[in-house]
Ligand binder design. Structure first.
Ligand code: AMO
Length: 445
């Protein structure tokens, strides 16, 4: 029997100021190595930092030339003040003056297939994804996913502070929730199952239990087309809530959550934002335009008349966002009252105009990042709408139970993590905000 100590400091954060002028030992992987006549630099990748270590050839215990990028090493030395210009480095006001290096692991391969020691990863997207375990080690890639991690955490924590309960719903499901053909089929023992397109049914059922719930997890869409805004698997940030005043409640909660996310990014991801050359957005006003007004904006701005269309196309979303930026100085615009025919069956029609729904999309810098809205909550309304859409209510009986036995007025939203992160980081393709993207041709790594 052996009892392990529980008193150890397990955090990977380092109080650099407290170590100034003192001995420090760091274990990390070599991000970059520069061997010079007088010694050189070892750039060490740690869980939260990229630390510059400087070696004097006459003082260290081994020649730097024996090291390789991506080797894992234990570096001991003195932490000294520095003034580092390179924004990839963090911290920039301290460096380690190396006394000794111990190699803990050496790479098997001689050369990196993609050079992650350069300022930019100079390879095409496909190569970047083929070598994902390696290319993700590049500081710019790491920055994207540190930002994604913070966005993910704060989405949940902000909602939890508002009294939402986290749920985890099944991803193997008996039916699609969003309609359409973009659903993956799965053989499930003797029957057919599907991969969840969204947690829609479950988060609604859980409003009957908790009143306010959220979920963060993968969802699956069998999109056949290869576009810069679609993935076949993405992380959906979902919430669902009882409505007290109307579907505006949902937009107010979303704006508050986004505000918390952006403030936390500013506090915790300043180095990552600086490295990517972007600033955290702000959402101080909640600007809404109706779907009809959005079409009018497009007509006025471009002369394109899309008023007969039942959806906004990507070009229209860009025009509406440009207009919102110019007119109201905001990167965010909620487009409300989408046509009923284009929304899933569960959407609540506007009693004042039943051809439209009490729903919205949130557009951010030219692209839809969220869909949300109020849902039907009366059992009879579900039966009526399903009938009108040629759907068989019996196939949805397990979901409809919730409504049969009483549900409050409610609504919610789904926010695509990768789309939000891609827009924050200024990425041209949503796949770059996915660790291991899945598209029609890509199932590996
Ligand atoms: P929707 O299908 O519009 O709505 O999806 C919600 C949000 O998810 C993101 N998204 C995607 N991101 C990457 N690749 C895709 N293929 C993809 N498809 C969607 C977008 C989008 O705004 N149940 C509803 C939400 C709700 O009403 O609560 C739903 O899933 O950012």
């Amino acid at each position: 029997m052996k009892e392990l100590s529980t008193a150890q400091d397990l955090s990977s954060y380092i109080d650099f100021a407290a170590h100034e002028g003192k001995e420090i030992t760091l274990v990390g992987q070599i991000q970059n190595l520069r061997v010079l006549a007088w010694g050189g630099f070892v750039i060490l990748r740690l869980p939260n930092y990229l630390v510059q270590c400087v070696a004097d050839a006459t003082k260290i215990n081994m020649p730097l030339a024996e090291l390789k990028p991506e080797a894992t090493v234990r570096v001991s030395g003195t932490l000294v003040k520095a003034n580092i210009k390179d924004v990839a480095m963090w911290p920039r006001e301290w460096e380690v003056s190396i006394a000794s290096i111990e190699v803990l692991s050496m790479p098997s391969e001689e050369a990196l297939p993609v050079d992650t020691t350069k300022k930019e990863l100079s390879c095409d997207l496909s190569t970047k994804f083929d070598y994902r375990p390696l290319t993700l080690r590049h500081p710019r890639e790491r920055a994207i996913f540190r930002i994604a991690s913070t966005v993910y955490n704060e989405f949940g924590e902000a909602l939890a502070r508002l009294g939402f309960t986290r749920i985890c719903s099944p991803k193997i499901v008996y039916s699609g929730a969003e309609g359409g053909a973009n659903i993956f089929k799965l053989s499930y023992f003797e029957r057919q199952a599907f991969l969840a397109q969204s947690p829609q049914f479950y988060k609604q059922m859980m409003v009957g239990v908790f009143g306010r719930v959220y979920e963060q997890g993968p969802v699956f869409r069998a999109e056949e087309h290869d576009t810069s805004r679609h993935l076949n698997e993405y992380i959906s940030l979902d919430m669902e809530m009882r409505l007290e005043n109307g579907f505006e409640d949902i937009m107010q909660v979303e704006a508050a959550v986004l505000k918390s996310i952006f403030e936390r990014l500013q506090r915790e991801c300043a180095p990552e934002l600086a490295l990517l050359g972007v600033t955290a957005p702000s959402i101080d006003k909640i600007i809404t335009v109706t779907f009809a007004e959005a079409h009018q904006i497009v007509l006025d701005q471009t002369g394109r008349d899309c008023r007969g269309e039942k959806d906004l196309d990507p070009e229209e979303e860009r025009v509406v966002c440009d207009y919102a930026k110019k007119t109201w100085g905001t990167d965010f615009v909620f487009v409300t009252h989408y046509p009923s025919v284009k929304r899933p069956f569960y959407a609540l029609d506007d009693p004042a105009n039943p051809d439209t729904t009490l729903s919205f999309d949130l557009l951010f810098r030219g692209i839809e990042i969220t869909t949300g809205g109020a849902r039907m909550f009366r059992y009879e309304d579900y039966l009526r709408k399903m009938k009108a859409r040629d759907m068989n209510p019996q196939l949805f009986e397990s979901y409809l139970q919730a409504f049969r036995y009483g549900m409050p007025p409610h609504g919610g939203l789904g926010l695509g993590l990768e789309r939000l992160v891609a827009q924050i980081c200024g990425l041209a393709n949503v796949k770059e905000a996915s660790l291991f993207p899945r598209d029609r041709k890509r199932l590996e790594p």
